[in-house]
Design a binder for this molecule. Structure first.
Ligand code: G6P
Length: 613
């Protein structure tokens, strides 16, 4: 949510920053801007995608020479998307500029105060207030700029990742973070700053993740990290294991399609070294010291948002069946404001692809303060949630860039299934033969996903048939009820068609009123423990002339006779079936969105990583 990138070093800075902004565009794309030192501190910004800014700057290329530059791609919170609200923002004297990701909650009070003291504002953003405040402190305290930033940080309430550039300090970048991610890349005689590592990995794999309340100062070709109390710390340099290929489209028209088709590989990577059916091995290396807390938990509470919340719903079914531990699934945004009851013996599992979702992070901080042990299930290594958790398991699904989450969902369910099976085996709540069977099933996931992906042509044909529908209903039962929610979410997100997901039996309590010959109904109707019941639900839809698209088990006969379209997926044990059944739904939403001319990777109003409340 808002992407920030900055560079200082021996190279031309603008090309690095503009390329970095393109890599970060999944975080927000309603306006973009840069600031650089080219004989003065100059800002160029534009409403719209990064390409619009680039077009504007094409004609000004000759004036963009600088060795220090910072850029921003915005997802609007305060102030509509417009040129004036785009970042960077100048200070009152125009001598300093800021880019900001986050929300300053007390900006109105600060702004009023500043206006009374003669500051003039040029935007409706909370971010502009921040840079005025910094300058105000700088001028009134006769201190260094880095001290002014540090003092100003003690006066703002909210979340931020900021970078500051000053006309009087060429070659200097000052950054700070609280609640919004910031990573610093360390090259030879050059430094990079960004919301995540994707703009950096092309140049260096040595990075430092800034912690909350830390300030990073790059000057005289040296990086200094200090905290808000002015205490200097030694930067902890990590080596990133990220390939450039993994963040590029690799011949696919969209990241989303690439990521859907990557799933055999992402699940293979997710299982690697963790499961070996031949020797009965199942082990999640990240869960060691606190493993007993999980095994003997009185209650497990899952927290997450969006697709990650759907993965948690699947996990609820899996954990309860295998481990017999009571489970609750919470929207992180609700949980954090509810004064939830946490007992000793409760375990919280936070699920987040990015590891940066503000509500999920706040939910775990709250649970931690109440004494819970936290396990993180994240994709992004070194992310805030991963670091705030006691222990956890990474997805190892590779970077997910398409805003609509696909491969992260299947990897989340895979990791959570492994976790549940591991606990159940240790607790003795599943038999040895069931355990063995499940390990084999886990190992077969990549090849079954591969087979499911071969259905893409069929799904494309079905998409053609329904691309102009105005509503969709998705139905599922048991393990596949959350898949119905996820299928509906995918369609809403990228094609802007209204869609609802429901447990199939609940249809009679309302949604059935919507069904007529215009209404496509996607039913996940596998041959599992709910099969007979869901066949009845399909009959109910058919009796009201709804158009049925059924996801069924291969070899299915009965439903073929009553559905308009059937998509046959490989047979797999019921608890793992969501990993397979969701794939045709991902493809359906993708093709429909493309056919409707929608921007699949950058759907309107959305951002990949929601780092504000
Ligand atoms: C945003 C994304 C969703 C994602 C959700 C939670 O809304 O667009 O795809 O599911 O955030 O993100 P997380 O990174 O915590 O899984």
């Amino acid at each position: 949510m808002c992407g920030i990138v900055a560079y200082t070093g021996y190279r031309e800075a603008y090309p690095i920053v503009i390329k970095g902004l393109k890599r970060l565009e999944y975080r927000g794309y309603d306006s973009a801007g840069i600031a650089l030192l080219n004989g003065g501190l100059n800002i160029y910004k534009k409403k719209g995608k990064v390409a619009e800014l680039e077009k504007l700057l094409e004609e000004k290329k000759d004036e963009l020479h600088s060795h220090t530059c910072m850029g921003h791609t915005r997802w609007a919170t305060h102030g509509e998307p417009s040129d004036r609200n785009a970042h960077p923002h100048y200070s009152n004297s125009r001598g300093i500029a800021i880019i900001h990701n986050g929300i300053i909650e007390n900006y109105e009070a600060l702004k009023k105060d500043m206006q009374m003291r003669g500051h003039t504002f040029h935007s409706d953003t909370d971010s502009e207030v921040f840079i005025h405040l910094i300058e105000d402190v700088y001028e009134n305290n006769q201190c260094s700029l880095e001290d002014a930033v540090r003092i100003a940080l003690t006066m703002v309430v909210g979340a931020y990742a900021i970078v500051i550039l000053s006309k009087d300090h060429p070659g200097q970048l000052i950054a700070a973070r609280k609640g919004s991610p910031l990573v610093i890349g360390i090259g030879k005689d050059e430094f990079f700053m960004a919301s995540d590592a994707t703009p950096i990995i092309e140049y260096t794999n040595e990075v430092v993740y800034l912690n909350d309340f830390e300030i990073a100062i790059v000057k005289n070709n040296t990086l200094t990290i200090k905290n808000i109390e002015d205490k200097i710390s030694t930067p902890y340099i990590q080596k990133l294991d990220l390939e450039l290929d993994s963040i590029e489209k690799g011949g696919y028209p969209h990241f989303m399609l690439k990521e859907i088709f990557e799933q055999p590989k992402s699940i293979t990577d997710c299982l690697r070294g963790r499961v070996k059916s031949a020797s009965g091995h199942l082990m999640l290396g990240g869960i060691r010291q606190y493993a007993n807390k999980l095994i003997h938990a009185d209650r497990i509470i899952f927290v997450g948002c969006g697709t990650s919340w759907h993965a948690a719903l699947v996990a609820e079914y899996i954990f309860e069946e295998f481990t017999r531990i009571p489970v609750e699934v919470e929207y992180a945004s609700e949980f954090r404001y509810r004064n939830p009851i946490i007992h000793e013996g409760d375990v919280v599992i936070a699920i987040s692809q990015s590891g940066e979702t503000a509500d999920t992070l706040a939910a775990i901080e709250l649970a931690k303060a109440k004494g819970a042990i936290i396990f993180g299930v994240c994709n992004v290594v070194g992310s805030s949630i991963a670091r705030a958790s006691h222990e956890g398991a990474y997805l190892h699904a590779g970077p997910e860039i398409g805003v609509a989450s696909t491969k992260a969902f299947t990897a989340q369910v895979t990791v959570l299934a492994m976790m549940a099976i591991m606990i159940a085996h240790k607790k003795g709540t599943i038999t040895e033969s069931r355990y063995q069977e499940l390990l084999v099933d886990l190992e077969q996931l990549p090849s079954k996903i591969e087979k499911t992906l071969q259905l893409h042509k069929l799904v494309e044909t079905i998409s053609e048939e329904f691309k102009n529908a105005r509503n969709f209903l998705y139905l599922g039962r048991g393990y596949n009820f959350p898949v119905a929610l996820e299928g509906a979410l995918k369609l809403k997100e990228i094609s802007y068609i209204h869609a609802e997901g429901y447990p199939a039996a609940e249809m009679k309590h309302g949604p059935i009123a919507l069904i007529d010959e215009e209404m496509p109904v996607v039913v996940i109707a596998l041959q599992d423990s709910s099969y007979e019941k869901i066949v009845s639900n399909i009959q109910e839809v058919r009796a009201r002339k709804g158009r049925i698209i059924a996801i069924v088990t291969e070899g299915e006969e009965q439903i073929r006779k009553i559905a308009d379209f059937v998509i046959e997926v490989p047979r797999i044990s019921e608890p793992l079936s969501p990993i397979i059944s969701v794939i045709p739904l991902q493809l359906l939403s993708y093709y429909i969105a493309v056919m409707r001319g929608c921007n699949v990777d950058q759907p309107r109003n959305l951002a990949k990583s929601v780092t504000v409340e």
